[in-house]
Design a protein. Sequence first.
Length: 181
Amino acid sequence: FILCAALSCVTCAADVIQVFGYEGRNVFVSCPYDDSYEYNEKYLCRNDCGSDDDVLITSQTNKTKYFIYDDRRSRIFTTTISALRFTDAGKYWCGVTLDLKDIYIEVKLEISPDSCCNNVNKIQNHEDGFVSIWCPYDRDHINNMKYICRGKQPSTCLQQALVTSDRQNGRFRQTDDRKSR
């Protein structure tokens, strides 16, 4: 009975953990667990977790592509998956080893290409000139942060943003005309 109650708490905490990553980059899969499982082995597996081949990594061993860290204070174990490929996308399971039956939380990993900009608009002007860049967006994004960055890698774009709706820069200024969008 106690085991069942703990199991339902873990599954209630998160029915499915959604994780998004970029091809070629790393992603972190964070899995919560109940405090009574602090010293149990944790692992990440793929498919149905029915065989040892499905287990990608455990808290007892680390591998090149997979690294696991168990933060017992916050009761979250985090698996890093390195050098993502599109074939890494899909269903995973966070697992905690128990004497009778292990407990699991489903993880769904989605991977996007780390490049963008199929259509590039080139804008030219004279040095020290003024340039306006128009970026239309859907009504659904009216309250989202807007930003401008250089390059073609969305995974690093926000960190390298020249200007955001929260942060202006001396040479760059951004305004948001919410009526025109």
